[in-house]
Design a binder for this molecule. Sequence first.
Ligand code: COA
Length: 149
Amino acid sequence: MEIGITEGSYENLQEITEINKICFSGTKTIEQIKEKLSLSIYENPHITIAKINGKIIGYGMGYFETGKEYYFWMLGVLPEYRKHGAGKKILEEQINFAKAKGYKKFLLKTSNKYRNMLRLTISLGFDIIGFKINEWGKDSAIWMSLNLE
Ligand SMILES: CC(C)(COP(=O)(O)OP(=O)(O)OC[C@H]1O[C@@H](n2cnc3c(N)ncnc32)[C@H](O)[C@@H]1OP(=O)(O)O)[C@@H](O)C(=O)NCCC(=O)NCCS
Protein backbone atom coordinates (compact mmCIF):
# COMPACT_ATOMS: atom_id res chain seq x y z
CA MET A 1 0.00 0.00 0.00
CA GLU A 2 1.50 3.30 -1.11
CA ILE A 3 0.69 5.89 1.55
CA GLY A 4 1.04 9.56 0.54
CA ILE A 5 1.47 12.06 3.36
CA THR A 6 0.74 15.75 2.71
CA GLU A 7 -0.34 18.87 4.49
CA GLY A 8 -4.13 19.16 4.68
CA SER A 9 -6.38 22.19 4.69
CA TYR A 10 -9.87 23.27 5.67
CA GLU A 11 -11.00 21.88 2.31
CA ASN A 12 -10.34 18.40 3.65
CA LEU A 13 -12.42 18.87 6.79
CA GLN A 14 -15.51 17.14 5.41
CA GLU A 15 -13.61 13.88 4.84
CA ILE A 16 -11.69 14.33 8.08
CA THR A 17 -14.93 14.73 10.02
CA GLU A 18 -16.23 11.46 8.53
CA ILE A 19 -13.05 9.61 9.51
CA ASN A 20 -13.20 11.20 12.94
CA LYS A 21 -16.74 9.85 13.44
CA ILE A 22 -15.67 6.34 12.55
CA CYS A 23 -12.52 6.40 14.70
CA PHE A 24 -14.05 7.93 17.81
CA SER A 25 -17.78 7.30 17.38
CA GLY A 26 -17.68 11.03 17.85
CA THR A 27 -20.05 13.80 17.05
CA LYS A 28 -17.60 16.60 16.30
CA THR A 29 -18.84 18.78 13.48
CA ILE A 30 -16.76 20.61 10.89
CA GLU A 31 -17.71 23.85 12.59
CA GLN A 32 -16.40 22.64 15.94
CA ILE A 33 -13.12 21.53 14.39
CA LYS A 34 -12.75 24.82 12.50
CA GLU A 35 -13.54 26.81 15.60
CA LYS A 36 -10.90 25.00 17.63
CA LEU A 37 -8.27 25.38 14.92
CA SER A 38 -9.08 29.02 14.34
CA LEU A 39 -8.51 29.79 18.01
CA SER A 40 -4.91 29.04 17.18
CA ILE A 41 -4.88 30.50 13.70
CA TYR A 42 -1.92 32.78 14.31
CA GLU A 43 0.16 30.05 15.86
CA ASN A 44 0.55 27.31 13.34
CA PRO A 45 -2.47 25.02 13.36
CA HIS A 46 -1.38 22.17 11.15
CA ILE A 47 -3.37 19.41 9.45
CA THR A 48 -1.74 16.29 8.01
CA ILE A 49 -3.54 13.85 5.73
CA ALA A 50 -2.66 10.34 4.58
CA LYS A 51 -3.93 9.19 1.18
CA ILE A 52 -4.07 5.87 -0.60
CA ASN A 53 -5.02 5.99 -4.30
CA GLY A 54 -6.24 9.57 -3.88
CA LYS A 55 -8.56 8.75 -0.95
CA ILE A 56 -7.98 10.26 2.48
CA ILE A 57 -7.61 7.35 4.89
CA GLY A 58 -6.18 9.14 7.91
CA TYR A 59 -5.52 12.54 9.41
CA GLY A 60 -3.75 14.25 12.25
CA MET A 61 -3.94 17.81 13.51
CA GLY A 62 -2.37 20.00 16.10
CA TYR A 63 -1.57 23.57 17.05
CA PHE A 64 0.55 25.60 19.43
CA GLU A 65 -0.10 25.17 23.12
CA THR A 66 2.20 27.77 24.60
CA GLY A 67 5.01 29.69 22.97
CA LYS A 68 7.25 26.64 23.32
CA GLU A 69 4.92 23.68 23.09
CA TYR A 70 3.05 22.14 20.22
CA TYR A 71 -0.15 20.27 21.07
CA PHE A 72 -1.14 17.34 18.88
CA TRP A 73 -4.90 17.18 19.06
CA MET A 74 -6.27 14.30 16.99
CA LEU A 75 -5.11 11.26 15.04
CA GLY A 76 -7.27 8.77 13.20
CA VAL A 77 -6.82 6.14 10.51
CA LEU A 78 -9.77 4.26 8.98
CA PRO A 79 -9.91 0.74 10.49
CA GLU A 80 -9.40 -1.08 7.17
CA TYR A 81 -6.15 0.83 6.51
CA ARG A 82 -4.54 0.40 9.93
CA LYS A 83 -1.30 -1.46 10.65
CA HIS A 84 0.37 -0.25 7.47
CA GLY A 85 2.33 2.60 8.97
CA ALA A 86 -0.06 5.49 8.17
CA GLY A 87 -0.52 6.51 11.82
CA LYS A 88 3.22 6.62 12.37
CA LYS A 89 3.82 8.61 9.19
CA ILE A 90 1.17 11.20 10.10
CA LEU A 91 2.58 11.60 13.59
CA GLU A 92 6.13 11.90 12.25
CA GLU A 93 5.05 14.59 9.79
CA GLN A 94 3.48 16.55 12.65
CA ILE A 95 6.61 16.13 14.76
CA ASN A 96 8.81 17.36 11.89
CA PHE A 97 6.52 20.36 11.40
CA ALA A 98 6.70 21.28 15.10
CA LYS A 99 10.48 20.87 15.08
CA ALA A 100 10.85 23.05 11.98
CA LYS A 101 8.77 25.77 13.68
CA GLY A 102 11.12 25.72 16.64
CA TYR A 103 8.85 24.21 19.28
CA LYS A 104 10.67 22.54 22.15
CA LYS A 105 8.05 20.01 23.17
CA PHE A 106 5.37 18.01 21.40
CA LEU A 107 2.45 17.20 23.70
CA LEU A 108 -0.62 15.02 23.39
CA LYS A 109 -3.30 13.51 25.54
CA THR A 110 -4.52 9.95 25.19
CA SER A 111 -6.00 7.28 27.41
CA ASN A 112 -5.74 3.61 28.30
CA LYS A 113 -8.49 2.73 25.85
CA TYR A 114 -6.35 3.81 22.88
CA ARG A 115 -3.86 0.93 23.07
CA ASN A 116 -2.54 1.41 19.50
CA MET A 117 -1.85 5.05 20.23
CA LEU A 118 0.01 4.15 23.42
CA ARG A 119 2.20 1.65 21.55
CA LEU A 120 2.82 4.12 18.71
CA THR A 121 3.82 7.01 20.95
CA ILE A 122 6.05 4.86 23.19
CA SER A 123 7.79 3.44 20.11
CA LEU A 124 8.44 7.00 18.86
CA GLY A 125 10.11 7.97 22.14
CA PHE A 126 7.32 9.82 23.97
CA ASP A 127 7.39 10.00 27.78
CA ILE A 128 4.33 9.79 29.99
CA ILE A 129 4.26 13.09 31.87
CA GLY A 130 0.85 13.08 33.50
CA PHE A 131 -1.98 10.85 34.52
CA LYS A 132 -5.44 11.78 35.72
CA ILE A 133 -7.61 9.09 37.21
CA ASN A 134 -11.21 9.79 36.47
CA GLU A 135 -13.99 9.17 38.90
CA TRP A 136 -14.50 5.57 37.78
CA GLY A 137 -10.87 4.80 36.99
CA LYS A 138 -11.87 3.45 33.58
CA ASP A 139 -10.83 6.01 31.05
CA SER A 140 -8.14 8.01 32.76
CA ALA A 141 -6.24 10.65 30.81
CA ILE A 142 -2.59 10.12 29.97
CA TRP A 143 -0.45 13.11 28.93
CA MET A 144 2.57 12.40 26.80
CA SER A 145 5.47 14.51 25.67
CA LEU A 146 8.26 14.26 23.13
CA ASN A 147 11.30 16.42 23.56
CA LEU A 148 12.12 18.14 20.26
CA GLU A 149 15.46 19.67 21.26
C1 COA B 1 -3.84 4.96 16.64
C2 COA B 1 -3.99 4.80 15.12
C3 COA B 1 -4.08 6.17 14.48
C4 COA B 1 -2.76 4.05 14.58
O1 COA B 1 -2.87 4.04 13.15
P1 COA B 1 -2.12 2.94 12.24
O2 COA B 1 -2.10 3.47 10.85
O3 COA B 1 -2.66 1.58 12.46
O4 COA B 1 -0.63 3.03 12.87
P2 COA B 1 0.68 2.30 12.31
O5 COA B 1 0.32 1.37 11.20
O6 COA B 1 1.70 3.34 12.05
O7 COA B 1 1.16 1.48 13.58
C5 COA B 1 0.31 0.52 14.20
C6 COA B 1 0.96 -0.86 14.25
O8 COA B 1 1.09 -1.40 12.94
C7 COA B 1 2.41 -1.91 12.77
N1 COA B 1 2.75 -1.79 11.35
C8 COA B 1 3.09 -0.67 10.68
N2 COA B 1 3.34 -0.97 9.38
C9 COA B 1 3.14 -2.28 9.26
C10 COA B 1 3.20 -3.16 8.16
N3 COA B 1 3.55 -2.75 6.94
N4 COA B 1 2.90 -4.46 8.36
C11 COA B 1 2.54 -4.91 9.60
N5 COA B 1 2.45 -4.10 10.68
C12 COA B 1 2.74 -2.82 10.50
C13 COA B 1 3.25 -1.01 13.64
O9 COA B 1 4.49 -1.61 13.97
C14 COA B 1 2.36 -0.88 14.84
O10 COA B 1 2.45 -2.06 15.62
P3 COA B 1 2.24 -2.06 17.18
O11 COA B 1 0.84 -1.59 17.41
O12 COA B 1 2.44 -3.46 17.58
O13 COA B 1 3.27 -1.12 17.71
C15 COA B 1 -5.24 3.96 14.77
O14 COA B 1 -5.20 2.73 15.46
C16 COA B 1 -6.56 4.67 15.08
O15 COA B 1 -7.05 5.46 14.28
N6 COA B 1 -7.17 4.35 16.24
C17 COA B 1 -8.45 4.92 16.65
C18 COA B 1 -8.30 6.39 17.03
C19 COA B 1 -7.24 6.61 18.07
O16 COA B 1 -7.04 5.80 18.96
N7 COA B 1 -6.59 7.77 17.98
C20 COA B 1 -5.64 8.20 18.97
C21 COA B 1 -6.39 8.78 20.14
S1 COA B 1 -5.36 9.68 21.23
